[in-house]
Design a protein around this ligand. Structure first.
Ligand SMILES: Cc1cc2nc3c(=O)[nH]c(=O)nc-3n(C[C@H](O)[C@H](O)[C@H](O)COP(=O)(O)OP(=O)(O)OC[C@H]3O[C@@H](n4cnc5c(N)ncnc54)[C@H](O)[C@@H]3O)c2cc1C
Length: 454
């Protein structure tokens, strides 16, 4: 009689409820990783490496680890396993697919990698602050579980010949380059957390906005793949002096809360006013945004950063998203898709939630009239142009004393020869957006061209 642990994300041993409770019952255990329904290419790169590490870590305990590349094939997998074993129970930490009906009764679904149990919040909140206050006041997070104590009873002495090949990425320069930027897996996540607590946490409230510095934790891909437990972080840092950091974790909880009530939010604006709206847009502008050739240094530096490292600082995510939606008037769904393919931490709840937030069509959103100015933001958070110079080689000879963010307006003649001129006039694009958004009154507004959604 075997306990089957079905995992999606949750590639850790510490505080992994599905794994812990299976091992603790002293039953034979088989772990199966099931590919998520929505996974971007760059996050798949992360997953491949993370899975490899996780499986190697389980190897000494003789727990077979299998891989299912598509959850639609779950019945085939269960049928295959039943040739060899009898499944007593199935454990998961939540799944993005349904198990066949006959397995419902033996399925225990534990808490996903969130601080609070999503089902403890019985009413829908649309605004972050009351949500965060209420959940903290009324619910208590469960204490993180230790690493399971494996015993001989957990061993399964069987060699499988199917479902054993792990996913692989094609060899490419991009993936080789990404290896330089990241250490992946549970051990790396714990080390990053410790190092953040020791060296950056005390200055987080101030440092978190300066994208030219490395002031945030960069834990997002580790949290995305469950290499570290959100409850572990919260238990350690839930104090008055680290309130700001905890509230960022709170935004993560909120995105999942909203997604629970709006599973279609990847494509559909949460605010119905924006549902049928999107004017015609310029394909060349979209291409310039994707490739980092808009002529706005901070936007282009950020876009080249994400294409190289698979990550972008939160403030820059807000700036490039605002620029796409509110200056280029391009549907947010196209930016969301592009981010999803290029981020190591591309998250099915947080990414669409954040895009809707910036686009002004989410629940607790930036109002439509708040449009980030990339030149002023660059001046404020990268005053010496360190970040821009790092990502835009075109600025290698740009005079150190000149303002690398504001030259567009004040000294356009300083534009480096091999760098594009701005693709739009910032001021008039802003005015166009303000008048367009102001005039959206009812769900039905002229729809000249539909966003190309996949
Ligand atoms: C347009 C846009 C798209 C985004 N897409 C994603 C995404 O796909 N995946 C993702 O994890 N985050 C996303 N974010 C949120 C945020 O930018 C990242 O979580 C953050 O930059 C990760 O860096 P960090 O780990 O250093 O964060 P820290 O500042 O160290 O914060 C710690 C953790 O809190 C969580 N967190 C921080 N900020 C936010 C936030 N604004 N919303 C929700 N959770 C947050 C993350 O899990 C993060 O790792 C997006 C933001 C925007 C504006």
């Amino acid at each position: 009689m075997v306990y089957l642990v079905l995992l999606q994300k949750d590639l850790r041993q510490f505080d992994n409820p599905a794994l812990y409770h299976a091992v603790r019952r002293q039953k034979q255990v088989i772990v199966v990783y099931v590919m998520e329904k929505r996974l971007g290419l760059t996050s798949k790169w992360w997953l491949c490496r993370s899975l490899q590490t996780f499986f190697e870590e389980l190897d000494p305990f003789w727990i077979p680890v299998l891989y299912l590349d598509n959850s639609d094939k779950i019945s085939e997998l269960l049928e295959y396993l039943s040739k060899y074993i009898e499944i007593e129970r199935i454990h998961s930490n939540g799944l993005d697919f349904e198990l066949p009906d006959d397995y419902d009764e033996i399925h225990d679904s534990f808490q996903p990698n969130l601080i609070f149990k999503p089902e403890d919040m019985i009413k829908e909140y649309k605004i972050f602050t009351p949500f965060w206050k209420s959940i903290r006041a009324n619910c208590s997070p469960v204490k993180p579980l230790p690493i399971p104590e494996y015993s001989r009873k957990n061993y399964v002495d069987l060699e499988f010949d199917e479902y054993i090949d792990l996913p692989k990425m094609d060899d490419s320069d991009r993936w080789n380059q990404m290896d330089q930027y990241w250490k992946i897996g549970e051990k790396a996540a714990q080390e990053r957390f410790e190092s953040f607590v020791k060296t950056k946490l005390s200055d987080y409230d101030h440092g978190r906005d300066f994208f030219c510095e490395d002031g945030t934790s960069k834990l997002s891909p580790h949290l995305r793949f469950g290499e570290i437990s959100a409850r572990q972080i919260y238990e350690r840092l839930n104090t008055k002096s680290t309130e700001r950091f905890c509230s960022e974790l709170g935004w993560r909880e909120f995105a999942y809360h909203v997604n629970r009530y709006h599973p279609d939010m990847t494509k559909i604006p949460l605010n119905p006013k924006y549902r049928d709206f999107w004017p015609e847009f310029n394909d060349d502008h979209l291409e310039a945004w994707k490739t980092g050739n808009t002529g706005f240094p901070v936007i282009d530096a950020a876009m080249r950063d994400i294409s190289t490292t698979g990550w972008m600082h939160n403030r820059l995510r807000m700036l490039v998203a605002s620029f796409l939606v509110k200056n280029l008037l391009i549907p947010w769904q196209l930016g969301e898709e592009w981010f999803y393919e290029h981020l190591v931490d591309a998250d099915p709840a947080i990414n669409p939630f954040s895009w809707q937030w910036v686009a002004g069509c989410g629940t607790d959103s930036v109002p439509y009239f708040r449009i980030f100015n990339p030149m002023l933001q660059g001046e404020k958070f990268d005053s010496k142009g360190i970040y821009v110079r790092k990502w835009l080689p075109e600025f290698a000879d740009f005079p150190l004393k000149q303002n690398i963010h504001q030259y567009i307006i004040k000294q356009p003649q300083l534009c480096p020869k091999n760098y594009p001129k701005p693709i739009i006039d910032f001021k008039s694009s802003r005015e166009r957006t303000l008048s367009t958004f102001k005039n959206i009154v009812a769900p039905k507004v002229i729809q000249l061209k539909k966003p190309r959604l996949v």
